[in-house]
Design a protein around this ligand. Structure first.
Ligand code: B12
Length: 294
């Protein structure tokens, strides 16, 4: 197919796709990997046969370099036969409306009537602060202002290398409504271990708000992963603070109203013509006991 489809776009199936190497649908892929075998002819053949075992057609090792004693690093090519149908891919995204800034301010003002306390940190031994700063700091990222810009948020950024226990204690002390955790270092799945431990602590800490919104983020975090370790939502690369602001407000209101999670409306981007929302019971019962600007 491929060459013909390249010349005649109408022959391209834009739904059922394969990797693109030299031409449409050729399935050509590049691999880089290491095998625990010294560099040499045996290593090269092992790498080639391994790709063949994985189902790649005509595998070819382009580069082989020793990687310390007893290891070899390869760059190889091969042709994939499998294709993927885009229309059958389930996307794991948090579902919530995204409304413009003024509407969100209005919503928070009318429905919450006090500051929403947001506490954020990068946890464990992870020293990366840029991601969490991008979400929280007033300067934001790519022209999208951070949570500090929103008049209804009280933002506390604990920065990096924050111990889980310290984060939970701070959340209790500040009466947090939302906890935002950034994870950058993912070696040996340390990010997931840390998030699981934190999640358990949050579940067991009775002094926290029962409506606490838990959000995780980072380059290798997505919604599915975050949910699997007990968070309400996960945000990955390219996240804009305005999305996070929208999620927190809508999720807090949803939790307080007692609406089930799956009834949250689908995410609506742009000008925020959100679908009509279910009637909620008054928030003031729960909010009444808290300072307006606490
Ligand atoms: C800058 C940087 C550093 C700086 C950090 C400075 C600082 N103050 O943050 C310094 C030099 C200190 C550093 C150190 C290290 N780093 Co570093 N670092 C980076 C680098 C180049 C950029 C990260 C960054 O700032 N991105 C910009 C921000 C804006 O993007 P982001 O983090 O993805 O955030 C966005 C989203 O993910 C999301 N998001 C992120 N967090 C959150 C949180 C919430 C709640 C939400 C909603 C959204 C959200 O929103 C953000 C905005 O869109 C990355 C490589 C890369 N290109 O990503 C490596 C990288 C993260 N570092 C890496 C490593 C290994 C290290 C070191 C271990 C190196 C070493 N051997 O010493 C140490 C770590 C020490 C430690 N204890 O953590 C690896 C991590 C590998 C892994 N997956 O485990 C990376 C990927 C580089 C690599 N390819 O190897 N690093």
């Amino acid at each position: 197919m491929s060459h013909a489809a390249e010349k005649n776009p109408s022959k391209k199936d834009l739904n059922k796709i394969k990797p693109y190497g030299d031409h449409w649908d050729d399935g050509k892929m590049q691999f880089s990997f290491t095998l625990p075998v010294p560099a040499g002819e045996l290593a090269r053949e092992a790498a080639r046969l391994y790709l063949e075992k994985l189902g790649f057609v005509h595998p070819m090792v382009a580069t082989m370099e020793p990687m310390g004693e007893g290891y070899t690093f390869f760059v190889a090519y091969g042709y994939a036969t499998a294709s993927i149908e885009l229309s059958k891919i389930p996307l794991h995204k948090p579902e919530f409306p995204v409304v413009p800034h003024d509407q969100l301010v209005d919503l928070a003002h009318k429905q919450v009537r006090r500051k929403i306390v947001v506490i954020g940190a990068t946890t464990g031994s992870d020293a990366h602060t840029v991601g969490i700063d991008a979400i929280l700091s007033i300067k934001g990222i790519a022209g999208d202002k951070g949570l500090e810009y929103y008049p209804f948020f009280k933002v506390v950024n604990l920065r990096a290398q924050v111990d889980n226990r310290h984060l939970v204690d701070k959340a209790v002390e500040l009466k947090a409504d939302a906890i935002l955790v950034s994870k950058m270092v993912t070696q040996q799945d340390q990010h997931l271990e840390d998030l699981k431990v934190l999640s358990k602590m949050l579940r067991e800490e009775k002094r926290l708000s029962p409506h606490l919104v838990r959000v995780a983020g980072g380059p290798r975090i997505d919604h599915r992963i975050a949910k699997s370790v007990g968070f309400d939502a996960g945000f990955g690369p390219g996240t804009k603070p305005s999305e996070v602001a929208n999620f927190i407000v809508h999720e807090l209101i949803r939790k307080i109203s007692g609406a089930p999670a799956h009834s949250a409306p689908h995410r609506v981007d742009g000008e925020g013509h959100a679908p009509s929302r279910p009637k909620r019971r008054s928030l003031f019962g729960w909010l009444g006991g808290r300072g307006k600007d606490s």
